[in-house]
Design a protein around this ligand. Sequence first.
Ligand code: HSE
Length: 440
Amino acid sequence: MPDNKSVIQIGMIGFGNVGQGVYRLLEKNRSLIESKVGAQMRIKRIMVRDLTKAREVTVPEGMLTTNFDDILNDPEIDIVLELMGGYEPTRSYLLAAMKKEKHIVTANKAVLSMHWDEIIQTARQHKVDIYFEAAVCGGIPVVQAINDGLAANNIMSIYGIVNGTTNFILQKMTEEKKSYKEALQMAQKKGLAEADPTLDINGMDAAHKLAILSSLAFSKRVKVEDIYVEGIDRITVQDIEFAKEEFGMVVKLFAIAEVEGDELEVRVHPTLIPQDHLLAKVDGEYNGVLVTGDFVGTTMYYGLGAGNKPTASAVMSDLIYVGRSVHDNVAGEISNCWFLNDNPQIKRIKKMGDIKSRYFLKFSVLDQAGVLSAISRILGEHRISIASVIQKEQKKGDKVPVVIVTYEAKEEDVQEALKKINGLPFVQEETLLIRMDRGE
Ligand code: HSE
């Protein structure tokens, strides 16, 4: 057995918000961290795009480089910490580093969820560790909870608010009546949104996280393309107010994975939940995840899901774990991912058309005779039963919103009915559909 290493050396790729947060955290809590690792933790090189860029954190002369080879070919570097994001060249850097037997810590949900098989297999082949707590829900240790803490359970469902940006936007729209655009600008100023906020808004960031969480939870490879994804860009302040005042419900962007018989439902979309739902009070940049297992019951995880400090906390926990394994000469010996053994109990991913839900449907229609009866006739023909109808009389103009809440119906039936309704001459805008939490 070789001697225990006394210094663990880290090569960092990317030195943005999170990278600088990690650097600061190591400086601040160094003695605590090193006492847990049992060795010194040293950031040796940091790869950046631009050496001259102004940064809040100043690092020693010579630490920054623009050349990945300075990290890859440095035999003293034990761990590559990837915080640059994106798919390429990130994927290539990760694969090359693992082939050089460097362990990986990454916060990159996009590259992991898209290239999972290749990345995990390369880690196994080259016997290196790969840890990614910060890829999902910032500072909340939900990856470890699902992967280790709940490992003995058949997981039945995951319900999560896993994107801080959209959660922050929805809260600003709900409480301060900010428009969607104003709220997005506020989220960007706070540094919550991804470099390209499209991925936050259109639900893809949440889908990347759900692909990782559900793959771990259900021991079944869930690909991003398996997930039905809808963002929050069609929701208006008026819809939010309507749902709150008339139905006592709030809108959240939910990531849902749930076992139904031998099928797994995986979807990301705005969801109406009652104000007393456990996740209703998860506001702003906070994330919240409910995980239900067959023995443990329902467990809940809550905390800051974005921002450099919480994300740095998660990154550092991985670095401590891998650092300790390197120090003890056991790094890469045990895979931390179970689901390469496909779960035989889950035969397939459920088609979105087959899911069942209650629906909040907002029709924008001309205020004239026969409109409601035409809509309800089409809904009835598609086996959709109406639970309540609200039309608010408008003082001026002839376009009115009519909201219909349905009992549980099949998605395929609702989509077919809406296609017909949207084609009716008195319908002024495409109908807005928000699914409602099934618990209601
Ligand atoms: N843009 C992400 C969010 C950051 O808003 O949740 C953390 O993944």
